[in-house]
Design a protein around this ligand. Structure first.
Ligand SMILES: O=P(O)(O)OC[C@H]1O[C@H](OP(=O)(O)OP(=O)(O)O)[C@H](O)[C@@H]1O
Ligand code: HPA
Length: 178
């Protein structure tokens, strides 16, 4: 992919606002995680920046969790879910008997998280908890344990989120112009 000029996206959250929300989210997770074994499962690709920031915020608060990745795909280059979640790469270590803390960038239709939950329970996870950076309003918040931001019903970019493979590296959270 060649480099492309970055458009003027509407800024929903600045880098500083993202940082503050990550810290708040870590605070809310601490009581839930304390005293048990957990593995944070980052849902690739989009959740990589969120997972890395959240893991550090948890460690700063004395919580160490294992870390693994599950690469799921359902949008590819579209702005709507294909309706079918595909596993592109599975977790690398056993989750049997451990709690799985699923981390994703955005909760939209809810399909990806539901798939991940079923997948990890089938592999013997003791329990599954879910935490996302942005929660879109369309999907019912069924099963979400924590989220950092209630997003408007717009297509989000930046902080890991892409539009046809672009803009994942933006340090702010943007929305494509309507
Ligand atoms: O709630 P949903 O409607 O399922 O949407 C959320 C999922 O969509 C995106 O994944 P995508 O398939 O685009 O892969 P990506 O993470 O590589 O961008 C995003 O990263 C979430 O995992
Ligand atoms: O708003 C979004 N932006 C990027 N990826 C997504 N996947 C689901 N919803 C979104």
């Amino acid at each position: 992919m060649s480099t492309t000029e970055i458009p003027n996206f509407d800024v929903l959250l600045t880098k500083e606002e993202i940082d503050a929300r990550i810290k708040q989210t870590a605070e809310t997770l601490v009581p839930m995680l304390e005293g048990k074994s957990w593995t944070a499962i980052v849902i690739l690709l989009g959740a990589a920046p969120f997972a890395s920031d959240l893991l550090r915020a948890l460690a700063d608060r004395g919580i160490d969790v294992g870390f693994d990745a599950l690469w799921l795909e359902s949008y590819r280059d579209a702005r709507e879910s294909s309706g079918r979640v595909v596993v592109r790469a599975d977790i690398q270590r056993s989750i049997a008997g451990r709690g799985a803390l699923i981390l994703d960038d955005v909760f939209d239709s809810g399909r990806t998280l539901e798939f991940a939950r079923t997948h990890l329970m089938a592999k013997g996870a003791r329990e599954v908890r879910t935490c996302v950076f942005a929660r879109k309003p369309e999907a019912a918040p069924t099963g979400l344990d924590a989220w950092a931001y209630d997003a408007p019903p717009r297509y989000l970019v930046g902080y890991g989120m892409d539009d046809a493979g672009h803009w994942r590296g933006l340090s702010y959270l943007g929305a494509v112009p309507e």
